[in-house]
Write a protein that binds this ligand. Structure first.
Ligand SMILES: [Zn+2]
Length: 146
């Protein structure tokens, strides 16, 4: 489970490490070095959680101004999060649907035939040269969200 307090704490520790050792690029290493430096017991974290940017869902929970989430038409909370759909997977229904919104409060889901870039433009998300992964947008596949 994603824990915002833990996440913030980890970011704070990593930032401390970044200031002390600006040449170190390995986040896991930075975290461990910074923990030592601060006298904190490092928590075991997998590399994937340590190095990933908050997903739109996480950033929406953390930051209510996040552009990735919009008002859910069902529960009216700002918890309707944009996701991509994998072209070859069941939810795409043969490539017809490309994106979907899913509410993390009431689980309401709506699929869209419009591609991710269109939705990002609509939501005013500056994506530039960033990939879906680096933006933290999840892709819905038959094997769950990636
Ligand atoms: Zn909802």
């Amino acid at each position: 489970m994603f824990n915002i307090e833990e996440h913030k704490e980890r970011i704070r520790i990593i930032n401390h490490g970044r200031t002390k050792w600006p040449q170190e690029k390995n986040i896991t290493k930075l975290y461990q070095m910074a923990c030592k430096d601060l006298g904190i017991e490092p928590k075991t974290i997998s590399t994937s959680t340590a190095s990933h940017l908050p997903t739109p869902e996480e950033s929406a929970k953390e930051n209510p101004q996040s552009k990735f989430s919009i008002l859910c038409p069902k529960c009216n909370k700002k918890s309707y999060v944009l996701r991509g759909i994998c072209k070859g997977c069941k939810d795409a229904e043969g490539g017809v649907y490309k994106t979907m919104f899913k509410c993390y409060e009431c689980n309401h889901v709506e699929k869209s035939k419009e591609p991710l870039v269109i939705w990002m433009q609509r939501l005013g998300i500056e994506f530039g040269t960033q990939s879906k992964q680096s933006l933290g947008i999840k892709i819905v596949t038959d094997k769950g969200e990636k």
